[in-house]
Ligand binder design. Structure first.
Ligand SMILES: [Zn+2]
Length: 360
């Protein structure tokens, strides 16, 4: 019993997970099934006609996969914490056993489990008892959530939010994972990479360190190469391939699409800094803003970064207006990150509203 009280946060977390399993895997399918029994079905839904036990099984599989995806994301988050600490110091970013930043003691494997390890130790180092920053589990949870939302919203939905690409009408766990739709998996990995890189940069800035230039260069070269090899990962046509009549599967198409996004992002980053300097002559002159906008443009295309920055400029101006002397202003790149996330959730709708209305 004593142990039970000692591990309160872990117990609360386990109870929460149990509750979620119950709701998602049993209560919701049962309600759905009951609803179906009481309504006359008009359309033929062959694949949707699962029995209650099949639905429960499917939901359990989805839940376990979700938990697995979250765990993978949280582990990546754990590595991001390492990057945030090591990159500005110029230390190696390759794997090395984690150690306590205060006393240097190597952290045991069982204490190094994302989120749970920190909770188990009540946020203190096992050897020196000094507090370990809550940033560690928070970043791990954020990283887990990012990939979890992408997985359900973008991948299992059959690419609902991806513009131009026709969403898979057969979607869900069986149709996307068992009969793997590889382009959706690729998009999940690429977009996960974008969000994780932006999060890492933002955390480095938050600690008032400088984002290393090599991290931007390597990330953009990696994305450009990926887009050249796998053109389906840039679903929105850049317009360039239509002009010189290149096929959508030509490596040049993917590369140019990324490059146009990179250039557009870079220029927009310059515009944002120019506006900032008009307001505040002392505003920092670092290249960080260019890194954020250029990488986002490379991954999502010039159309996406244009829309995001056009929303970002007025929001930045408003947040500056409300900034008082004593209160710290909202970091502009935090607003950018939120805008990129929101844009991503409704990417298809935004793209159709803005770009398809004006084209023939
Ligand atoms: Zn320590």
């Amino acid at each position: 019993m004593n142990q039970f009280i000692k591990n309160q946060p872990v117990v609360a977390l386990l109870l929460l997970i149990a509750f979620a399993v119950l709701l998602f895997c049993f209560v919701m399918p049962a309600l759905n099934y009951w609803h179906k029994l009481n309504t006359v079905q008009t359309s033929i839904q062959v694949m949707e006609d699962l029995s209650l036990s099949e639905t429960i099984l499917l939901r359990l599989m989805e839940f376990c996969t979700g938990l697995g995806v979250f765990a993978i994301g949280a582990s990546i988050g754990s590595y991001l914490n390492v990057l945030v600490y090591r990159m500005p110091l110029g230390l190696s970013v390759f794997w090395k056993p984690s150690h306590c930043p205060q006393c240097g003691q190597t952290i045991a494997g069982s204490d190094n489990i994302p989120i749970l390890g920190w909770m188990k130790l009540h946020g203190r180092c096992r050897s020196c008892q000094l507090p370990i920053s809550a940033q560690y589990p928070i970043v791990e949870a954020k990283a887990g959530l990012i990939i979890l939302v992408l997985f359900f919203w973008q991948t299992l939905s059959g690419g609902w939010n991806i513009p131009v690409r026709i969403p898979n009408s057969y979607h869900g766990f069986v149709w996307i994972i068992f009969y793997t739709k590889w382009d959706l998996v690729g998009l999940l990995l690429l977009h996960g990479f974008l969000f994780y890189t932006l999060l890492t940069w933002w955390l480095i800035e938050f600690h008032q360190e400088r984002i290393p230039r090599y991290s931007f260069l390597s990330a953009s070269i990696f994305v450009l190469l990926t887009l050249s090899i796998w053109q389906k990962l840039s679903p929105v046509p850049s317009g360039f391939s239509q002009v010189i009549e290149l096929s959508r599967t030509n490596p040049v198409t993917g590369f140019v699409s990324g490059l146009l996004g990179l250039g557009c992002g870079g220029i927009l980053g310059w515009v944002v800094q120019w506006i900032n300097r008009l307001q505040d002559k002392t505003s920092n002159q670092s290249l960080a803003t260019h890194y954020f906008t250029a990488l986002t443009g490379t991954v999502l295309g010039w159309q996406a970064i244009l829309i995001i920055v056009l929303c970002w400029i007025p929001l930045g101006l408003i947040s500056n207006l409300f900034q008082s002397e004593d209160r710290r202003r909202i970091p502009p790149h935090a607003i950018f990150l939120i805008l990129v996330s929101l844009h991503h959730l409704f990417w298809r709708l935004i793209y159709e509203q803005v770009f398809l209305k004006f084209s023939v």
